[in-house]
Design a protein around this ligand. Structure first.
Ligand code: AMP
Ligand code: MG
Length: 445
């Protein structure tokens, strides 16, 4: 007869924790978060956010035919056969700055001085640049133009539409300038401005409640007493949140006491995501897992990765919670691997991945234990122009300085016990957008 099953709460911790692969864990997390409900924001508050609407141009951009150059609006046919030796002499009938209706018509044998962006006058079909006229020598300057009549010689034949921008050259009326699901970069913001959008509907920035746990952890300010450590995790995680487009809510530190943690978690319920650090490993004083279990539906996993094996995920009320290990690098790497993609999904991003490159390993790396090893690494260009990668220093789960020195996480797969020099391996780039590659990496320490 099979033994009756021990109730969950009474089972030893190790039995309850599920072993999961990195991809499996990420899949579960991503399946339970979704894009946040759209809001209307001011145009410049939307930089880096993802559109939740399609925006269509109701007028063409540009709205009218205009000059692409400073020069003379002409009828191309009047300049046929023109050369430096035999310029086509045209009577100058006007001066057309940008911003005004032309008010002149170009008839055979005439031209108008025109500035970039000015509407092309009726009758003209091309613009010749100043450099292709004898304006300097003939002196058809603004001053002279006021004392009419004056003439200009065109020294090169123009073809119809030369230096002329048609209406809708950029965007046609009825065409979309952005569709839904676009992460707004500066050029999109410019296009939205071009169609007179003061506001735009986007998915908002996720509010991320950040809570550190541990009796030994002390926030910034007081000096440390024996046995205490400074709270760095809250700040690393907040910085990563800001960089990913979220808004951190700093909930401080909960001691290893049930009531303290319960109270702090209650404050976190209004956030879009709760991130805790510490207290999910197998230590004696780790209350987090017990409190979490009472607060909501939380799973505690052992993920096959290094650093950062223990991980909690679930909900407190309706708010998703990600429980990270306490070791500073384990917390940061777990947040990079699981938290940032979750944030990106909440932001409405369609691409949840960080940029990955393939690089040639310079140094041997051991990887026993069948875990995916995210090695803090430096990517640089080898003399042959290829990417090369080497560890950025000591790989202990508490060594944050080597993460600070790294520009990528080299991914050594679970099944690879030894990564040998010369192997090509994937590297997740960490700060590509700020010029992650330095040709001559400076050493921080
Ligand atoms: P834990 O996961 O709670 O067992 O913590 C693992 C290690 O991380 C311990 O050495 C802790 O002191 C350290 N640690 C936990 N929380 C923090 C934090 N917020 N800042 C810096 N170190 C921490
Ligand atoms: Mg702890």
């Amino acid at each position: 007869m099979p033994e009756p099953e021990t109730p969950l709460a009474e089972r030893p911790w190790e039995d309850v924790a599920r072993m999961l692969g990195v991809d499996e864990a990420l899949e579960i997390i991503l399946a339970s978060v979704k894009p946040l409900a759209p809001v209307q924001v001011a145009l410049l508050d939307a930089v880096g956010l993802v559109t939740a609407e399609m925006v269509v141009a109701d007028q063409p951009i540009p709205p009218f035919t205009n000059s692409a150059m400073d020069g003379y609006a002409v009828r191309a046919i009047d300049t046929q056969g023109a050369s430096v030796g035999q310029p086509a002499k045209l009577r100058v009938v006007g001066q057309l700055p940008a911003g005004y209706a032309p008010g002149v018509e170009i008839v055979s044998g005439t031209a108008a001085r025109i500035m970039t962006g000015a509407p092309l006058p009726d009758g003209a079909d091309a613009v010749v640049r100043f450099e292709e006229t004898d304006e300097r020598s003939s002196g058809a300057t603004t001053a002279r133009l006021n004392a009419k009549p004056c003439w200009v010689g065109v020294t090169r034949a123009a073809r119809p539409l030369d230096n002329v921008r048609p209406p809708g050259e950029d965007v046609a009326a009825g065409e979309a300038v952005v569709r839904a699901g676009i992460c707004l970069r500066p050029a999109h913001i410019g296009l939205l401005a071009a169609v007179n959008r003061i506001h735009v509907r986007v998915h908002p920035r996720p509010r991320v409640a950040i809570l550190s746990t541990g009796d030994e952890v002390v926030d910034l300010g007081p000096s440390l007493r024996p046995g205490q450590v400074r709270n760095s995790n809250s700040y690393t995680l907040a910085a990563m949140t800001i960089r990913a487009g979220g808004v951190p809510l700093m909930l401080g530190i909960a001691g290893d006491r049930t009531d303290d943690l319960t109270e702090k978690l209650a404050l976190a319920r209004s956030a879009d995501l709760i991130v805790t650090s510490g207290g999910v490993s197998l230590g004696d004083y780790d209350m987090v897992k017990d409190v979490l279990r009472r607060q909501g539906k939380i799973d505690i996993w052992q993920v096959r990765m290094k650093p950062g094996k223990p991980l909690a995920f679930g909900r407190v009320g309706s708010t998703p919670l990600l429980g990270l290990p306490g070791n500073p690098v384990a917390a940061a790497v777990s947040f990079e691997v699981f938290g940032i993609p979750a944030l990106r999904r909440m932001l409405g991003c369609q691409n949840l991945e960080q940029p990955i490159i393939q690089a040639t390993l310079v140094e041997r790396i051991d990887n026993r234990g069948q875990r995916r090893h995210f090695v803090r690494a430096r990517v640089s260009r080898a003399s042959d122009g290829e990417w090369q990668v080497e560890p950025a220093g000591q790989q202990g789960a508490g060594v944050l300085s080597s993460l600070a020195r790294a520009n990528g996480l080299l991914v050594v797969p679970e099944e690879l016990e030894v990564a040998e020099p010369g192997m090509r391996l994937p590297v997740r780039m960490l700060h590509w957008e700020t010029g992650g590659i330095e040709e001559h990496p400076h050493q921080m320490t």
